[in-house]
Design a protein around this ligand. Sequence first.
Ligand SMILES: [Cu+2]
Length: 491
Amino acid sequence: MTTQAPPRAPSPTARPIEPAPVVLSSGRALLLVAAAVLAAMAVALAVGGGDAPTTVAADPAVAAAPATVEPLEPGPRTAEAIGHDGVTVPAPVGSRGATTVPVELTTIEVEGQLADGSTTTFWTFDGTVPGPLIRVREGDTVEFTLHNDAGSANPHSIDLHAVNGPGGGAGATQLAPGESGAFSFQALNPGVYVYHCATPHIPTHVAMGMYGLIVVEPEGGLTPVDREFYVVQGEVYTAQARGTEGLLSYDMDRMMAEDPTHVVFNGAVGSLAGDRALQAEVGETVRIYVGNGGPNLTSSFHVIGEVFDRASVEGGSLVNENVQTTLVPAGGATYVEFLADVPGNYLLVDHALTRAIDGGAVATLTVTGDANPAVFDAPEGTGDGHDDGHGAPDASAAPAVAGAALEVEAGDLYFAPGDLRATAGEVTVTLDNVGVAEHDIVIEELGDLHVAHAAGGETVTGTVTLEPGTYTFYCSIPGHRAMMEGTLEVQ
Ligand SMILES: [Cu+2]
């Protein structure tokens, strides 16, 4: 019998929040909670025929969660967050027959990192955004148990889109803090499905992070691949402007206007970048389960520099081939597959590009291995994959400027030239930003020293004193570094 992974404690960088109502910027918290309880009762009555939610004995291990963990350490590019790592997925079902599969999830409210230097309150399944990937087989009977952690301030529930039955389970799982509920369903339809909290105000619960995917594999299983990844897009609506430091609060008015401050993959800006970038090797087959929690936007999912050899149409049984960008509707999911042909950094984006370049909807897949010039060949320093992966179409391959003055063009998303040389001493750096988004130049080895920062269309000059050596420079705007990083040689 297959058992899903047990509920996980929040990641070490998440910390429990105080068990008080979340303060909404509009000051409607108490009203919302009261409305949620009333509406939850209405849902339970409507769906459950008047029965109270099924309650099972609380698991003491769950009741003890969330564990005490270290506080967040805000700082540059610290992508550690409540964000799911994108690689922890259950094993494929293979060729086994249909069976009974117990699945347990716990709803947990935590404060976690949203972007560099900022946190927000997340409501989660099992402490991550998205919640765990659930994986079953067509014909399986899923015995589903949901626990609402005792430390929660709000009722929660679950609606699995793979369910054929009222509310997708939401009627049986309207749970007050500390309660548990259970129901069972047979997974009749193979595909990739969203699950989400369905407790009023439902869009708020979703925007706070309460979504994930369940894969129902067909009889015989999906085609084996070398790497599987799990990436779910979602919107975040904060009262404070993007880039504000500190604890950001939820903004109901922005939500109602469908005007998110952040659009993210796996919960946070930079959640799948830097040390947490997805990894594959040349020659490997890759499958990405892609979901969209929404609650409002439709994703135009694209991987820059890759063509999907196969893309399921809306997560169902119809599979398209040779696809550049696939739509993932709010409350929808799919999977895409491709062969990693060429080494380099590949950016996963919502190709409604403002959301990626400015809003945070960007993740990195790093492919390592031998160059494959028959498939892609380019001069050094322009993103041929075995140097530093710059994407500038016109980045000079020639030796970069030497001397006491450096001129660097920044665009969306590249530096030109991609590598720099200078002589030791005081160096003037002119950053000419020809792009629309803001860009900066930061030197890692000097404590992430900001040398220059330019808004779109601006040219800005900064100075820095350099000792001889080799330095790494990059753009520190969230999501940019994967394409905007180079080496500075100082003689
Ligand atoms: Cu909820």
